[in-house]
Write a protein that binds this ligand. Structure first.
Ligand SMILES: Cc1ncc(COP(=O)(O)O)c(C=O)c1O
Length: 422
């Protein structure tokens, strides 16, 4: 049954249309499947929104949450306060981080992680006596969330159209050209550039892996120009590429890594900014008088941290990173045949448990409602996808998805494309 929503304002939705069409009411989830209130099963090709890595319906997480909430649901962490799950999770994430001596600043999601990183790099340069280093450069197709920095750094024009003037100290470069970063730094002046923010694999912009050698090249350009390198791993951290971090996968060492989503697999909202020693040092070194004047009510939410610990336990115990590595070619094999469909422009797969089926641009231009119809057709066939950047069908399933279920995604996409073509 679709629900007619009278009060709930959906993100990114045309509420006038949705009020007529109704919402899909998801009431239950188990492993890679979610169910609506009529009992219809849907294979969750999205992992909800790139986050449900361990799959739905894990009683172990519910038990960990209940035990923690009975003991202490939450206590704030401003100034002197902490609690055992917060300490344990910070140590655990620091130990997983791709650099030594990581410090962890908790948030409640990816957008807050991005805004935290945006303010931290400025605070850092202030402390280092270079307050003019304010600019942050991002990439075309980038998605860095919806808070002030994230919106301003967006490389998806539709996401910032209504919000000018933006944070003015931002610049943008093409997604695939490392030398363009050098040119943009020169244009702004290295003495004015604080950081480069970069998703190792562009996610919401359409699942776009970097060209060979791109990430080491931009990391080197950042180092050369004394610009901090911030890897936005909100999608990729905690296993999406078969390693704990995309930074491991690509052998890069960013100064800061922003994370969220997979840290709890969505069982509670939580994000973590992982800060390397270069940036933390002036704040943490003995005798420093500096504070990072920033934080959220739920920075280090006690129960969320307990949930994250239980989530990381499951990823480790069930060896889900290896499972991702095993499933990548399976997903690629299921997706690549779609490239020959007349409505498909390009299929991208093979990097992590991620794929995108970009719809042919001429077909989209001729029929702007096409991709929404395909998404609906695929859902009617029992598989959930969405239109990333409005142009590509997104695939980012839970790590526990089976090979047979991956095959079903390919079949449903093919049938949904056929149905939309008729
Ligand atoms: C790369 C990236 N950064 C930041 C965000 C924002 O995260 P959130 O929606 O949790 O605020 C997202 C969300 O999809 C993301 O994909």
């Amino acid at each position: 049954m679709t629900v007619t929503t009278t009060s709930f304002w959906h993100p990114f939705a045309n509420m006038a249309k949705l009020s007529v069409d109704g919402a899909v009411n998801i009431v239950r989830g188990e492993a890679s499947t979610v169910y609506d209130d009529d009992g219809n099963a849907y294979l969750d090709g999205l992992g909800s929104l790139w986050y449900c890595n361990i799959g739905h319906g894990r009683a172990e997480i519910a038990d960990a949450a209940a035990a923690q909430i009975r003991t202490l649901a939450a206590y704030q962490t401003f100034d002197r306060y902490t609690s055992p799950p917060v300490e344990a999770l910070a140590s655990r994430v620091a130990a997983l981080a791709p650099f030594a001596d990581a410090k962890i600043f908790f948030t409640t999601g990816g957008s807050e992680s991005i805004d935290t990183a945006g303010k931290l790099v400025r605070s850092y340069w202030n402390l280092m006596g270079s307050p003019e280093k304010q600019y942050i450069i991002s990439r075309e197709h980038a998605y860095h969330g919806m808070n002030a920095y994230g919106t301003s750094l967006s490389g998806i024009p539709g996401n910032l159209r209504d919000f000018h003037p933006l944070v003015p100290t931002v610049g943008r470069v093409p997604w695939d050209d490392a030398e363009a970063l050098r040119t943009e730094i020169a244009r702004i002046g290295a003495e004015n550039v604080a950081a480069f923010f970069c998703e190792p694999v562009i996610g919401a912009g359409g699942v776009i892996a970097p060209p060979d050698g791109y990430l080491p090249a931009v990391a080197a350009i950042c180092r050369e120009h004394d610009v901090l390198f911030v890897a936005d791993e909100v999608v990729s951290a905690y296993g999406r590429l078969g390693r704990w971090f995309a930074s491991d996968y690509y052998a890069i060492e960013p100064d800061i890594i922003t994370t969220a989503k997979g840290l709890t697999s969505g069982y509670a909202p939580l994000g973590a900014v992982i800060v390397g020693p270069r940036v933390s040092e002036p704040f943490w070194s003995a005798g420093s008088a500096a504070s990072f004047v920033h934080g959220y009510t739920y920075s280090g939410h006690t129960a969320s941290c307990a949930i994250a610990l239980a989530n990381l336990d499951i990823i480790e115990r069930e060896q889900l990173l290896d499972r991702v590595t095993t499933l990548v070619p399976v997903l690629e094999a299921a997706m690549l045949p779609l490239a020959s469909h007349p409505l498909v422009g390009e299929v991208r797969a093979g990097t992590g448990l991620l794929a995108a089926v970009e719809i042919d641009s001429a077909a989209m231009a001729a029929d702007p409602g096409l991709i929404a119809r395909i998404v609906n057709e695929v859902r009617a066939l029992g598989v959930l996808t969405r239109a990333a950047r409005g142009v590509a069908l997104q695939v980012s399933p839970p790590f526990v998805i089976t090979e047979a279920e991956i095959a079903r995604i390919g079949e449903a996409f093919a049938a949904g494309l056929d149905a939309a073509a008729r």
